[in-house]
Ligand binder design. Sequence first.
Ligand SMILES: Nc1ncnc2c1ncn2[C@@H]1O[C@H](COP(=O)(O)OP(=O)(O)OP(=O)(O)O)[C@@H](O)[C@H]1O
Ligand SMILES: [Mg+2]
Length: 359
Amino acid sequence: MVTTTSMDDTGDRGSSHDPDWNGHGGHAVITAAVEVDGVSKQFGSTLALDNVSLSVEAGRVLALLGPNGAGKTTLIRILTTLLAPDSGRARIAGLDVQRDPKAIRSLIGLAGQYASVDEMLTGRENLELVGLLYHLERSEYRRRAQDALERMTLTGAGDKPVKTYSGGMRRRLDLAASLIGRPPILFLDEPTTGLDPRTRNGLWQFIEELVAEGTTVLLTTQYMEEAEHLADSIVVLDTGCVVAQGTADELKDQLGGDVLEIRVTDVADLERAATLVAEFGDVVPRLNPDLKEVSLPVKGSAKVLIAAGRALDDSGIALDDLGIRRPSLDDVFLSFTGHRTATGEDADVGGGSVGGSDE
Ligand SMILES: Nc1ncnc2c1ncn2[C@@H]1O[C@H](COP(=O)(O)OP(=O)(O)OP(=O)(O)O)[C@@H](O)[C@H]1O
Ligand SMILES: [Mg+2]
């Protein structure tokens, strides 16, 4: 954030939301805000990105969805000029990340996965410092700092030094900092991981407002719900490879079937029920012990429903519910990657405790 947002003499970015990337082309060229073409990156023996291609149109939101180690942060680092790709090309607003890093930095904002803020300064001072780096007027950066503190429910803590903040508060401050300059292209690496639901909803709303004003957003997430809520298009990344991409609806259609859902009466029967119905699907059934549910993407819904009902009945497993439903994005992810995502509600963060509001 502070280190990668603009330090160039480009002034207020309030006017750079139009797709001609004001001041960097001289004439109107409608181009994708983000273009990634066959990018690969290897760390030792780990292929973190394997021939990844995607694009984000100006003013749109793309969610890069993937589990731990999928390569999300690696791609964000390449796009924000912090890391060079081994091969392939990436362009931001038509500018090559390797040839024009300085110009690109004036167009982008980044909230990284791990907060990087100055410990000794207060939250407000950190934000105002970012405003200064953007050459904003004093009254303007003070107003934006206050607004960002409110958005991230940090008003009460705004005048305390960051070294007293919890992990969740640092994260919120880092997000607030990435928003101060109102850059036309925003990269958010797992912006809501570890946030409590209220702050998460506040951030979602803020992102929606920025997008309505023309900001392009590329965000990474492990949460289906977030991708579905915010993104125009979704790229599913798994171990460095794009395994699926499209709108949420397109991804659901690609699954080409429905989902068999079973709710057992006694949670002790869950595993046995899953084993019994496994043969009806191409992937491993998903178990949710909290809901006492097994779900499984299937083709030929009616036949499967009858056969599964019979098999379960023959085995004497008592059911509360048995049915077929349309796939969720989570089912899509499971079917493309063979493993599930985090759910929206059990967010866990390495950074420490997460406060609900002003601590
Ligand atoms: N600097 C590095 N040196 C060595 N290996 C790395 C480095 N950065 C990333 N990797 C490896 O590359 C792969 C992709 O990592 P990356 O951080 O991009 O994943 P991610 O999708 O952001 O995961 P997470 O959800 O945990 O943040 C992982 O296997 C990771 O261990
Ligand atoms: Mg990451």
